[in-house]
Write a protein of this length. Structure first.
Length: 331
């Protein structure tokens, strides 16, 4: 059975656009992870009275390629939605769209049913019957609107539109390094860990305090984050890109194209640097693992690789190499 029978020929372009967005997400995410591994801040101990404070003395600037790749990925995801809607309208109308009607085609993002009805019957769209209230395509668009959720500000379409409006008309995406957590290596009543401030880390921030003379090892968990323009909240960059890509690919496109999400989602990782004579064969050969999953595997492999020297320095019986084992050579 063809898993992608729901995808008609006039919408095949969506698979290639998704693949391009996936590639951009991987590139942005890899830069973010490499930046984190190199070190995101410098620290120093500052003594005040009987306490020593672990204090931020420097913050490494973010690679600007990462910021722009993230913006490009978000814009590509939104463009994919727009292209799919236009292709669906063009396929359904009985006569070609006029230039005015074509300019009026866009994926709406509104906060009430009344506003959506106004959108569908306003300007040149008045004469595009397939967009009118009561039609199948109108229902599909309705199902994807932010007003379908109570937390409409967090609806993926709303978040995507706000990100892309900001990056297209104001500045590239706003990204920064925040502290996710500060955790002691072992429990200690002496150490006072400060609550992460929920904003970008700054020089002078104190991450932990302990009595003078005490020694406690702590783990820092920095997170490269992106700011949502409309709520000013910070979200881990890779997670934000992952969630929006997943919504577009698994929810929005199937709804616009097939009228349901009960279909096999398109594969995200398709090599579009080569041409394909047969589109279905290309889809079957594509990887189902999105960029975020591949980045997670890459990060785990890097952590394991870095840990290998420490593992090799220890004898299987816990005795450093070079010293005799009371149990003889391992079998």
């Amino acid at each position: 059975m063809d898993r992608y029978a729901w995808l008609p020929s006039h919408q095949q372009h969506a698979a290639y656009s998704l693949a391009h967005a996936d590639n951009l997400i991987e590139r942005a995410g890899r830069i973010a992870l490499e930046h984190t591994q190199r070190g995101t801040m410098t620290l120093d101990d500052r003594v005040t009275g009987n306490l020593v404070a672990m204090t931020v003395t420097g913050v490494a600037p973010l690679p600007q390629a990462m910021v722009r790749l993230a913006s490009d990925a978000l814009n590509q995801l939104r463009s994919t939605l727009e292209h799919v809607l236009y292709a669906e309208i063009e396929h359904r109308v009985s006569v070609p769209l006029t230039s005015g009607q074509a300019r009026g085609v866009e994926m709406p993002c509104v906060l009430s049913a009344d506003k959506l009805r106004e959108w569908a019957t306003k300007g040149a769209r008045r004469d595009v019957g397939v967009l009118h209230p009561g039609t199948d395509l109108y229902r599909r668009i309705t199902d994807l609107q932010p007003f379908q959720r109570r937390d409409f500000q967090a609806h993926p379409l709303k978040v995507l539109v706000e990100h892309t409006n900001h990056s297209k008309h104001r500045t590239p995406s706003i990204a920064a390094t925040l502290i996710g957590a500060v955790t002691p290596d072992r429990p200690s009543d002496d150490i006072q860990v400060t609550t992460p401030p929920g904003r970008p880390i700054q020089v002078g921030d104190v991450l932990a305090r302990l009595p003078v003379g005490g020694v406690v090892e702590v783990n820092l968990w920095p997170k490269v984050s992106i700011q949502r323009p409309h709520t000013q909240t910070w979200h881990i960059l890779i997670h934000e890109l992952r969630d929006l890509e997943s919504w577009v690919r698994r929810i929005a496109l199937p709804m616009l194209i097939a009228g349901t999400t009960d279909v096999s989602p398109l594969p995200p990782h398709l090599d579009i640097t080569v041409g394909y004579a047969d589109f279905r064969t290309a889809l079957d050969a594509a990887s189902p693992a999105p960029a975020a999953d591949r980045l997670d595997r890459w990060l785990r492999a890097e952590i394991a690789r870095q840990a290998i020297p420490d593992v090799l320095r220890a004898h299987p019986h816990g005795i450093p190499h070079g010293q005799p084992s009371p149990h003889g050579p391992p079998h």
